[in-house]
Ligand binder design. Structure first.
Ligand code: PMP
Length: 401
């Protein structure tokens, strides 16, 4: 077994998921900056993909982690012992959510939140069909992948869950698909990996109405859009439409792994009986992650960071126009910069990182869209400078092609 540098270990022993890893060797990160072993300072303009909304290593989150780690770490599988960080976080979240979402089940990640939501919907409704959307993304475990709407990722793993029907996002035809034998409709109010596509408010209202009429549960996956990224705590608040189950993760833990689903006591009863312990997880709601999440939520609310999201959107729309730019899409600090083609997009992302130390990225289902998701704490000057640099990079690349 070879034991060389971290670089060796990474390239020789860490399993890779692409043949072109960025391979930046991170030594530390704080605020909007990532620092590398070769002395580069990189602006994280995607927040570790919608995670580090408070910036990296927020001091209050770090303190909460240290204090809780010193007090106790794992003690018991979720839900059997009273653990202060879980209870406090659940109560705080419930106070910020509608009354029908006043219970939270904690897990470790986004995909686990969706797994639990799909199982809960099945057990509560005693139905097994699902309706999901093309270009939706819900995670990579088998249940979440079953409702993820992109064949290229699904096909290698088939057979997946049977009885999932896909519809185009924002297509009114979905109403005919939501029938009395459908357990749940799962969707992102703003599709993230699909290319930052917002749902139409009238369409979403029609989906809600049809679900209520047919006793079908409506699951909103706000794993990417939650925790202030769009300017409200959750994106559904922009629409005035409340789901039956809300899934969350990513920014929730302030940089620690944590996910959850919120629903009503009535719906969650399905996990308690026939049989008891119908769904459990050893590490879900880890006390250190919950302590971090509680601190992150406190900072988010206290410091008015969500108010930064519409400002970030306004500046992005103002600055990002001109040669090579098709449009800026999305809401708040969950934005996409639509370019003309895949080659330009690849070159812009590479150029921004190599020449300007700005980390951007694609979304999973679109190679012509640059993801923009800066930390909400980014200061105005750096925000404007970065956006101007991106605009200039697009126009330079577009001219060269
Ligand atoms: N749902 C959405 C909307 C997501 O954006 C993601 C992650 N990109 C997931 C689910 C999966 O989350 P995780 O990677 O934590 O499993």
């Amino acid at each position: 077994m070879s034991q060389g540098s971290p670089r060796d270990g990474f390239f020789r022993h860490v399993a890779q998921t692409s043949d072109a890893p960025l391979g930046l060797e991170i030594t530390d990160a704080d605020g909007v900056f990532l620092r590398t072993r070769d002395g580069r300072e990189i602006i994280d303009f995607i927040s570790g993909i919608a995670v580090s909304s408070l910036g990296h290593g927020h001091p209050e989150v770090v303190r909460a982690v240290q204090e809780q780690a010193a007090r106790h770490m794992h003690v018991m599988v979720y839900g059997e012992f009273i653990q202060r960080p879980q209870s406090a976080l659940a109560a705080r979240l419930a106070s910020l959510l509608p009354d029908t979402l006043d219970r939270i089940y904690f897990v470790n990640s986004g995909t686990e939140a969706n797994e639990a939501a799909l199982k809960l919907a099945k057990k509560h409704t005693r139905r097994h069909r699902f309706v999901a959307f093309r270009n939706g993304y819900h995670g990579d475990t088998q249940g979440s992948l079953s409702v993820t709407g992109r064949d290229v990722y699904r096909t290698p793993y088939e057979p997946l869950l049977p009885d999932v029907t896909f519809c185009d996002f924002n297509d009114p035809a979905v109403k005919e698909l939501i029938t009395g034998d459908v357990a749940a409709v799962i969707l992102e109010p703003i599709q993230g990996e699909g290319g930052i596509i917002a749902s139409d408010p009238h369409w979403l209202a029609a989906v809600r109405k049809r679900c209520t009429e047919t006793g079908t549960l409506l699951i909103f996956d706000e794993i990417q859009s939650g925790f202030g990224r769009t300017g409200r705590l959750f994106a559904f608040e922009h629409y005035g439409i409340v789901p039956d189950i809300l899934t969350m993760a990513k920014a929730m833990g302030g940089g620690m792994p944590l996910g959850g689903l919120a629903s009503s006591s009535d719906i969650f009863r399905a996990f308690m009986f026939d049989p008891p312990l119908s769904h459990v997880t050893t590490f879900g709601g880890h006390p250190v992650s919950c302590a971090a999440a509680e601190a992150a939520l406190r900072v988010l609310m206290r410091d008015g960071l969500m108010e930064r999201a519409p400002e970030i959107e306004r500046k992005a729309r103002e600055i990002l126009c001109g040669k090579g730019i098709v449009e800026v899409r999305g809401r708040g600090a969950m934005l996409g910069l639509q370019l003309t083609d895949a080659e330009t997009t690849r070159k812009v992302v590479t150029h921004c990182l190599e020449k300007h130390g700005i980390l951007l990225g694609w979304t999973l289902h679109s190679n012509t869209l640059v993801r923009l998701a800066p930390p909400l704490i980014i200061d105005q000057t750096l925000l404007e400078q970065t956006l101007l640099t991106i605009r200039d990079a697009v126009s330079r690349v577009a001219e060269d092609l």
